[in-house]
Design a protein around this ligand. Sequence first.
Ligand code: GLN
Ligand code: ZN
Length: 762
Amino acid sequence: MALTHNLGFPRIGARRELKIALEQYWKGESSLADLQRAGAELRQRHWQQQAGLDRVPVGDFSFYDQVLDMSLTLGHLPARAQGFDGEPLDNYFRIARGRSAATDDQACCAIAAGEMTKWFDTNYHYIVPEFTADTAFSLDASRLLEQLREARALNINAKPVIIGPVTYLALGKAKDDSNPLDLLPALLDVYAELLVTLGQHGADWVQVDEPLLVTDLDADWSHAFNVAYHQLKSAPVKILLASYFGGLDDNRYLAAHLPVAGLHLDAVRGRDDVQPLLNLLPSHRVLSLGVIDGRNIWKTDLGAVLDWLEPIAERLGDRLWLAPSCSLLHVPVDLSRETTLDDELRSWLAFALQKLDELALLASALNQGRDSVAPALADNRAAIASRQQSTRVNNPAVRSAVAAITPALGERRSGYPQRAAQQAAHLQLPAWPTTTIGSFPQTEEIRRARYQYRHGTLDKDAYHDAMRTEIAHSVAAQEKLGLDVLVHGEAERNDMVEYFGEQLDGYAFSRFGWVQSYGSRCVKPPILFGDISRPHAMTVEWIRYAQSLTDKPLKGMLTGPVTLLNWSFVRDDQPRADTCYQLALAIREEVLDLEAAGVNIIQIDEAALREGLPLRRSQWAGYLDWAVQAFRIAANGVADRTQIHTHMCYSEFNDIMAAIAAMDADVITIETSRSQMELLDAFDDFRYPNEIGPGVYDIHSPNIPDAEHMVALMTQAAERIPAERLWVNPDCGLKTRRWEEVTPALENMVAAARQLRAAHIR
Ligand code: GLN
Ligand code: ZN
């Protein structure tokens, strides 16, 4: 008998109830008791929705972040949060976001928020544990015990979920020059105590998440796994060691020989692990196979999974457990609410609840035979076939265009030096040219117009008039500020991916397909389901209008193919590279249309290029090859005189600098103001060959940078990059800021450029 279980459930709620409850509490509009009640209701609902499983995760609910939860369980708070005498949950929010509810905004309560970073290769961000040489741990199991008690009161077969000690250490950052691994012995004492406590409170299995096992491990980290699980093996509970987000590959032997009662594998991304592990795994171990994709929204081909699984089930008997590949945190909750998606498309999809239904079907088919669920399997087969054969998915013209791609399509006509000379002669820009990254503040008026347009109370013409008014306002503001290269301001764009996805064929949009990004922040990734084509120009009219208002050069603004890909739910029926090339061809058409409309500077944002890097170093080159080529195809069809810009939202590009240079954009603008030194280090080893605008204005902060500060940053940059190749710009778009902040900041930025020119640093 194969058992079913789940690794984690989305906690935000099908209607984003948790987001609403959190934000009300933070604004001081509800009490802590209200918030606690909202959390308890969500947990209860989610357990009931999972009650058909043989084991249900408990402790996966979080008010902000599961890593921060683990830090508190381990009694590991940053020094600045220790000694707080208020409610523990308020202290938790202080660590997460710098403060708790608006009602306690006394100076005592605000502290520096913890650093956030991405959880493996997902778009979920966790709060980074902070270590020093004298970090100490002490158990606080209250959160887990409370949830365990709640679940057991509902007769839920509860399986507590915790982050494993080795992954926990690896996720953290030393604030001094200590090595977090030195903390392992002290940490293991607390884990041992935690497992004893969970056992005493009725847990039999505990899921211990160690996704670090799918990454490159050096000898020290491998050793840490051995030390940790040998020490924990005497725990009075059974440990299910869970790895996910990829294959174990060279860590197979290590994982198979850790003394735990069961091992969970990501059998979607790491299917190649399974056969070798069947042979490696000691004969009494449970093997949990994550056969339903927890990272995407497509229906599982149940017939194909069963063909593969049946012999394995035969061999393992009741040692086989079935689960989604990873926690369902990374997919939306419930497809049945998506009433605006057409029936055909909806029949291809599965959100969290539907994935659990798939799991139940698989288990029935294995345990009682396929006949016991024949109608459901037939429905599944029909849906899979409909997706494979649909003319909405397959567009022969797009396929032949991709097949016809040659390397030449990604080549500019001339090298950078010749292009730069032509662009300089044509554009006549001053030294230290100033520009911005694209968006200007999304004002209340813009939001209102968009809302009314969506709800039918503003017609298309009136909406377009309203957007033109905004564009005219931003162009006038930039002329007044004295910027050199202007932008239209992106008023008409709700989101830099959604805006393009809505106009491309092959994309669909959910209404409620929210996925937690961090804390109360959710994103709604568009669904890229079919071959991509561009029925009409997407941006030309807006840019042309903006250009008609000014004699200064106006920069056309596009989102690049890699970013469109990395911020969508992407079809799984062809390699991502192929999908990316399709996007590249569509963006290329737009680039050429902009050029034909007289736009001399075109920026193609690749904010998410770095996010697509695989977890394993050995796979980086493969990804970067096609990602860079896709960008080049999108960008490089233009004449020498047309200047291509790109923009990236991070400064850690030392390790991918060569790939970024290979994109061959004429100008790149990057986020640097929070870590200027880090960026500049990159230029010691590799000389970026083209022009570059290291951001000098940190747009993530409401602070107004002064001109001297920006002059200093640019002067520093000029020590490593020839001044004639430097641009002066903010480090990202300005849409989240207010005009009252943006205007003085850009005034200072323009003043800084003037000072640099006057100082003849060029
Ligand atoms: N052009 C976009 C903007 O200015 C870029 C946003 C981003 O890099 N995330 O908003
Ligand atoms: Zn950016």
